[in-house]
Design a protein. Structure first.
Length: 176
């Protein structure tokens, strides 16, 4: 099923940053291509550099990959719940608390990249089977209404946002 961009009424204004990063009018190419993009970008990081931080108190490459996994799981679960008609509000999450609790510093980057690809594949399998009516369902997360369609765009935009940070801040600082 080809998707169409969500309307601004389908998500909180905060998410516009992510949604705007998804090119075109169809989210599927981004969703399907990002696991390979994550692998390409992180695959070029040597084992000795996996714990590199571009500045004090910033995440390592491993932490960024772990955060991508956390985000994929959280947003995917939200989409799943709302597509099934869940009416109970779902909580927000503090990404910094989750990254610390994930203890990603002890996990090789290649394993985190493979885990991200697995979680993304599961989300794609689930989302690709939704009928249009379920794609348009709205639930409440982080005290704001959000549609399943918007969440699909957020999944793609969130990853794009963090890949951009890796390319713009981490890689140049690491090479300096």
């Amino acid at each position: 099923m080809e998707s169409t961009r969500p309307q601004p009424t389908e998500y909180a204004p905060f998410y516009e940053t992510y949604i705007a990063l998804v090119p075109g009018t169809d989210v599927w190419p981004a969703l399907r291509g990002q696991a390979a993009e994550v692998e390409r970008l992180f695959g070029g990081i040597g084992a000795d550099d996996e714990t590199f931080r571009y500045a004090p108190n910033k995440w390592t490459f491993r932490d960024v990959a772990g955060h991508l996994i956390d985000g994929e799981r959280i947003f995917g679960a939200r989409a799943f719940c709302f597509s099934r008609g869940e009416q109970a509000p779902l909580p927000s999450f503090d990404e910094n608390v989750y990254v610390v609790a994930g203890k990603y510093g002890g996990v090789p980057l290649r394993e985190l990249v493979a885990e991200f690809a697995s979680v993304r594949a599961a989300n794609i399998a689930f989302l690709s089977r939704l009928e249009e009516e379920r794609w348009m369902r709205v639930g409440t997360a982080s005290s704001r209404p959000i549609s399943v369609r918007a969440i699909a765009y957020i999944l793609a935009g969130h990853v794009q946002h963090h890949l951009g940070i890796v390319e713009e801040r981490y890689l140049p600082a690491m090479r300096a």
